[in-house]
Design a protein around this ligand. Structure first.
Ligand code: AMP
Ligand code: MG
Length: 324
């Protein structure tokens, strides 16, 4: 029996507005570019002998994301399951360190993150509350090894898109410049002096090529420079033209006493990280460095989209309604 649904004018209007979300004319161009980007990332990482891990979405602990002055999450979402309370992944940083403790040397993960950002982030143009990072970590690497690797990776991705998606870029009216190595490096202190505390937007707008900003005071796992306390061996990659932060990373704290000190300084509940700390106490965490490259921000930059939500078929923008 065929059930005939009477579509009245009111319903038709609602359906049309839903279809507008699914049928935006830019979407096929953006998703073709995204496909090229994901393949380029995988090919590049495999060519550098990285092992790909699958992501985890639940754990007893996750990245606390703080006290990073740029973090604005409302709370860490948790689910109850079989008597356990499990956090949803905010980032896999601590699991990357544990993965290297298993003896692996170079790893990467396409890692979905849930971060319940404050609604005010809706206007930043670069925040989602559900996004994906290409999260990677290399045992015994220095910050400069990683910065060099990321420059090669970004150039590889942009070169591929410029060659394989010319028509898509033209349809989106986007002229994609190829950056040159080495990218400029600034300290966060220099940029604060020039632009003030909220340097990210202004510095990004003032540049035509991506650049590095090193030395940020943030989460306990980013390594403090032992020869220069109060300074940190970490880095952000910033896109030009106002697109802002692309990647954050750093050399990591891995020694038990240092981790405990940094966690206590941050006022964290050490009991939550019990198993991680036991592995550290056994001396099983190895020195490493790595980073996380936001995929949606990369696609926004490449396509020149006004808002990061615009590159998603299913938008997840803080403060906005979720349609599908
Ligand atoms: P983080 O370690 O917190 O800097 O995150 C790593 C990367 O993920 C950042 O450099 C961004 O590219 C991306 N990212 C972080 N938070 C968000 C967000 N709320 N929405 C979209 N991308 C994000
Ligand atoms: Mg960051």
């Amino acid at each position: 029996m065929i059930l005939k649904v009477q579509v009245n004018r009111h319903m038709q209007k609602a359906i049309n507005s839903l279809l507008r979300f699914l049928r935006r004319s830019e979407i096929p161009h953006i998703l073709r570019i995204q496909t090229t980007v994901i393949k380029a990332i995988n090919d590049f990482m495999f060519s550098r002998n990285f092992i790909q891990l699958l992501p985890i979405l639940t754990s007893k602990f996750t990245d606390p994301l703080g006290p990073d002055p740029n973090s604005s999450i409302q709370y860490i979402p948790k689910i109850k399951y079989n008597g356990f309370e499990l956090c949803l992944t905010q980032s896999m940083i601590l699991h990357k360190q544990l993965a290297l403790a298993s003896g692996l040397k170079k790893i990467f993960i396409m890692s979905p993150n849930i971060r319940l950002e404050n609604s005010s982030r809706r206007r930043s143009g670069r925040h989602l509350f559900e996004f994906t990072q290409m999260d990677f970590e290399v045992a015994y690497a220095s910050m400069f090894d990683i910065m060099n690797l990321v420059e090669d990776l970004l150039i590889h991705i942009l070169w591929k898109v410029n060659h394989l998606n010319r028509e898509d870029l033209e349809s989106l009216n986007r002229d994609l410049r190829m950056p040159r190595k080495p990218f400029d490096i600034y300290t966060s202190h220099e940029l604060i002096e020039t632009y003030g505390e909220d340097w990210e937007d202004k510095a990004s707008q003032d540049h035509r090529e991506p650049f590095w900003v090193i030395c940020h005071k943030r989460e306990f796992y980013d390594k403090e420079d032992e020869n220069n306390p109060g300074h940190y061996k970490n880095y952000d990659l910033i896109y030009p033209e106002g697109f802002g932060e692309a990647l954050s990373g750093g050399e990591r704290e891995y020694q038990y006493e240092r981790l405990v000190k940094r966690m206590k300084d941050d006022g964290l509940n050490l009991n939550l990280y019990k198993e991680y700390l036991l592995i550290a106490k056994e001396g099983l965490l190895v020195p490493s460095a790595g980073g996380g490259l936001g995929i949606e921000r990369l696609i926004r930059f490449i396509t020149g989209a006004k808002h990061i939500g615009d590159i998603r078929l299913f938008r997840r923008v803080p403060g906005e309604d979720v349609i599908f």
